[in-house]
Design a protein around this ligand. Structure first.
Ligand SMILES: Nc1ncnc2c1ncn2[C@@H]1O[C@H](COP(=O)(O)OP(=O)(O)O)[C@@H](O)[C@H]1O
Ligand SMILES: [Mg+2]
Length: 220
């Protein structure tokens, strides 16, 4: 369950949310569409515990401390960040996982055929080579990282924006299968990627509506 209670957030002197409240139940799939700059990424970062609200409360999976929330949540950010480590470490973030789990993850993120072309495979160091990756490869590593963590809440910020249609469809299908019993919030420019979702939110600067229920959730 994700709950925002009267949350206010601003960048320096630019207010993004002034007292937003809503609730997403455990297991719900929520899509968010909306024009650029209206605050979609900011909202996901608040829920992920990466930003601290100026006032109000955010409760995620029963937790309100950011350090606890980050354990419950996994995020695929709009611009994936790769670290100067091997592909494997970029996926596992240095944690130990069974080899079968990592195998499942690289299939789900559709990176096996690419990894198989690399001499050192999963242990290829990404340090100086991160720039040589395509946006799509970087994005798929970020998706693999998110799936690998296996958190109960999955936050997706335009997770397939750098993938072509066929790859995007393939990765989305795997993400949906993996996330069947998870709570998902998925920001996208492509509403067709949200078929089967429980709720579709539409966002504008200062306004959030639940299109499915036909109600305004927040208006500043
Ligand atoms: N780091 C930042 N510093 C200052 N302003 C920011 C920052 N990030 C986003 N903003 C501003 O906050 C608003 C919402 O941004 P964002 O959440 O990225 O929107 P979206 O993801 O919907 O495109 C925009 O007006 C944007 O310019
Ligand atoms: Mg954004």
């Amino acid at each position: 369950m994700i709950e925002l209670r009267n949350v206010t957030y601003k960048y320096e002197d630019h207010p993004v949310f002034q007292g937003i409240s809503f609730r997403v139940e455990k297991g719900q799939k929520v899509g968010i569409v909306g024009e650029s700059g209206c605050g979609k990424s900011t909202l996901l970062k608040l829920i992920a515990g990466l930003y601290t609200p100026a006032s109000g409360e955010i409760i995620v999976a029963g937790k309100s401390a950011a350090a606890e929330i980050t354990k419950k949540v996994t995020v695929v950010m709009q611009s994936p960040m790769l670290l100067p480590m091997s592909i494997r470490e970029n996926i596992t973030m240095g944690h130990d996982y069974p080899e079968e789990w990592i195998d499942m993850v690289i299939d789900a993120a559709n990176i096996r055929s690419w990894i198989d072309t690399l001499d050192k495979g999963l242990d290829t160091y990404l340090g100086d080579r991160a720039d040589e990756l395509s946006g799509g490869q970087a994005q798929r590593i970020a998706i693999a990282r998110a799936i690998c963590k296996n958190a109960e809440i999955l936050l997706l910020d335009e997770p397939t924006s750098a993938l072509d249609g066929e790859n995007a469809a393939c990765v989305l299908e795997a993400l949906n299968r993996y996330a069947a019993d998870k709570t998902v919030i998925h920001v996208t420019h492509r509403p067709e990627h949200l078929s089967g979702y429980d709720r579709i939110f539409s966002m504008k600067a200062g306004k959030l509506s639940d299109e499915t229920a036909g109600v305004i959730i927040y208006e500043s």
